[in-house]
Design a protein around this ligand. Structure first.
Ligand code: FES
Length: 156
């Protein structure tokens, strides 16, 4: 299974050694995140040290070394959102999802909660994004409702 998916990616780049970022993008698209065994597969086939792949992966925020949840909740932690109370709302969401300290993805794989710097919508702070839908002037109550709707499978 891994071989077939990797071969497809490799074919696309014609074994070019300079395609590390593109290969990582396809790898993430195909496997959901950057897997160590998959990196090792490419490193061997392209005769590139695995550390080159890991170096790029850890440099760019777009790559994930752990599986992410089915639903992505992004909290803006820029100054305006922070001042308008994003912190307690994030804590409430994390508590609701029973996320242990340091974890971003719920144990059932349903949710990932992550934070970003200013998303450029300060006038509607605090801003949260759930599965690409923007929620402005977020409150703890609205956040709880949002999680419930997503969990019921209604989406947002
Ligand atoms: S600080 Fe959150 S949108 Fe600007």
């Amino acid at each position: 299974m891994i071989d077939k998916q990797c071969e497809q990616i490799l074919d696309k780049y014609h074994n070019e050694k300079g395609s590390v970022i593109s290969i990582l993008q396809d790898m993430q698209e195909s496997f959901g995140y950057i897997r160590e065994d998959v990196i090792n597969w490419f490193a061997e086939r392209l005769n590139i040290p695995s550390s080159n792949f890991f170096g790029v992966t850890t440099f760019y925020a777009q790559f994930y070394l752990k599986p992410r949840g089915k639903n992505i909740i992004t909290a803006c932690c820029g100054t305006a959102c922070h001042v308008k109370g994003s912190g307690p709302i994030i804590s409430k969401i994390r508590k609701e999802l029973k996320l242990p300290a340091g974890e971003t993805t719920s144990s059932d794989g349903k949710f990932t909660v992550e934070s970003v710097a200013c998303v450029g919508a300060c006038s509607i702070a605090p801003v949260f994004i759930a599965n690409k839908k923007v929620f402005g002037k977020m409150t703890s109550e609205k956040a709880a409702e949002m999680l419930k709707e997503i969990d019921k499978g209604k989406g947002v």
